[in-house]
Design a protein around this ligand. Sequence first.
Ligand code: NAG
Ligand code: NAG
Length: 411
Amino acid sequence: MTSLPTAFLALPLPIVQLSLSAVLKCGQSFRWTAYSLNIDSENACLPTHEYRFCLRDRVVCLRQTPTSILYRTVLPNPQPNVDQRKLHEAETLLWLKDYFQLDVNLASLYEEWGSRDKVFSEIKDRFSGIRILRQDPWENLISFICSSNNNISRITKMVQNLSKEYSSPLLSLSVPDGSGVEEIYHPFPPPSALAHPDVSARLRSLGFGYRAEFIHRTAKMLVETHGNTVHPREQDESSEQWLRTLRDMNTEDARAELLKFVGVGRKVADCVLLMSLGKTDVVPVDTHVYQIAIKYYGMKASPKGKMNMTPKLYEELSTKFVQVWGGYAGWAHSVLFTSDLKSFSLHGLPPPMSPLSTPTKNRKKRSREMTDLVPTFSTPPSTSSLSDSSTATEFACSKSPAERVKKRARK
Ligand SMILES: *[C@@H]1O[C@H](CO)[C@@H](O)[C@H](O)[C@H]1NC(C)=O
Ligand SMILES: *[C@@H]1O[C@H](CO)[C@@H](O)[C@H](O)[C@H]1NC(C)=O
């Protein structure tokens, strides 16, 4: 099942438009895996990490340079036919443009938010390239049911466990750090897999707590109401497709549909509205956002310092942020939210001077964990010929994987 690495293609894109190291770990999607490439070069043009995501039919691998996103597609059966491979890369490119919403000019939104809001203008350079993903609503919904009373590293474990347990492995691929370790990739399971009667008990035993029941009942409800037919030539079930039709509804109606599910309150519904249904002005509010509002936006703290989120307070906070940032308030909120995450406390700062300041204890873990990667580029994007071309081109890196292996062997 192992596929040989094929060449990466380059999509020219400055880092101010998209920063993978920020966007893929700031609590939007929990299924990306980040691998350190163990590059010991000072050349800031070389990618330091590879990010992988398993779709129903393929694994998408990404790397980032200051001027481009490098991407390649891995399929379960290697494609000897060049035209077929081109077709699959073209499909992946379309998926990337949709998933990262690359038709939205993030740099000009940052300008706008910066001019409307002093607080934003102070963080905008350090936290550049943070945009909202356009996720699959089914995966987004289940992930955010997992998110209640939870933190990013634990949600990540849950979502990965859920995929391992309820969907068959798609393919295995060696990790890109040269260690030779093979990783098995599972797509996100379809609703029918989670609607099965024993799911709730099994998830409880996997440490999901009360969320186990919510996940099972939501899946069951979806399948009972909207079916689990998979049409030929399509990869997902009818209920997943129905969820996507909520994109065509107005925010109120789509929210009302989401609130019918078990384990879905206003906050979870708003996350789904923002992160997979295209409602750009929706600001999901939690105690964390409330604290940001108190700290920077003059919201009054409640008398006893209690963070009791009433519907009225929720509405008030949500409306306030739309007044500050405008029609893409949900997007701006995610930049502020990320800047306040503990795991981002070093993000965008120059790397520490001495290698001794990084405890070796953490070094080993780093390649396998989403949660504690160091920031990548803080230097401004340099110009290169890649950024001039608007079509995908073969990326020529000065160090091929084979050369890197040779180099390591010499040490
Ligand atoms: C996340 O939550 C788990 C369980 O509540 C806890 O053990 C862990 O320390 C938390 N991690 C972080 C980074 O806060
Ligand atoms: C995920 O699975 C691993 C290994 O089976 C287990 O140790 C861990 O507790 C699980 N975590 C969660 C949050 O489900």
